[in-house]
Design a protein around this ligand. Sequence first.
Ligand code: GUN
Length: 267
Amino acid sequence: MKKSTGKVPGLAVVLVGQRKDSQTYVRNKTKACEEAGMKFVITELPDNCTEIQVCNALSSYNENPSIHGILVQLPLPQHLDEGKVLDLLRLEKDVDGFHPLNMGNLAMRGREPLFIPCTPKGCIELLLRSDVKIMGKKAVVIGRSNIVGLPASLLLQRHHATATLVHAFTKNPEQVTREADIVLTAVGVPNLVRGSWLKPGAVVIDVGTYPAEDSNNEHGYRLMGDVCYEEAVNVASAITPVPGGVGPMTIAMLLSNTLESAKRALN
Ligand code: GUN
């Protein structure tokens, strides 16, 4: 057993607005930090807050030595410039890996980002721990968001897959996905990926998180993935469910990145 340093890793979250899904994600992150014994602090700002208020919160966490990771829950309300806000994050505390320098280093060969975005990192971890070979495989990523699609395609390439990115302007996306050994989808359109979109034996990772109204649910909605699970489960060799598939991995990777950052701060 390793000797304790007595230092506690600290995560700070900035949450702007009242989006129910963002509130749920942040609640889950809080709970995970508490369970792991990590420090967790949050700044909650109203929907109509100014960019200066968000930047002030970030600046103070940037300077706080007890905070090792800072996360701005996305998306931000439309009137706020996401790029400007993320640019302000101190690179060594960017545990989401969304700073353009971290993302740029992820994209370039021979360079290492300080942090890899949590959801794509969690997806790769799922593949590795399920003994799915990535090297030389055809991987298709659906959706090109900065949070999941883009970094996931970069990360799959880093693991030596032939990665193709499918998006809203791709012609015949189902033809492209039918070639894939690994399909990772992160769009937010329920039932977009049908069983007929898949090659038999493909591995399917569903990162879709559409909040569908559901009055029977305590939060008033339930999460739906991008994949028509009932069809896909009969074609795929492995598939992640929604909820309970990738979501917990995102949180695990966030804690792992925060711990890594705290360890670096000791040295
Ligand atoms: N919104 C949806 N997923 C994420 C995530 O992984 N990190 C942040 N900051 N916002 C998100």
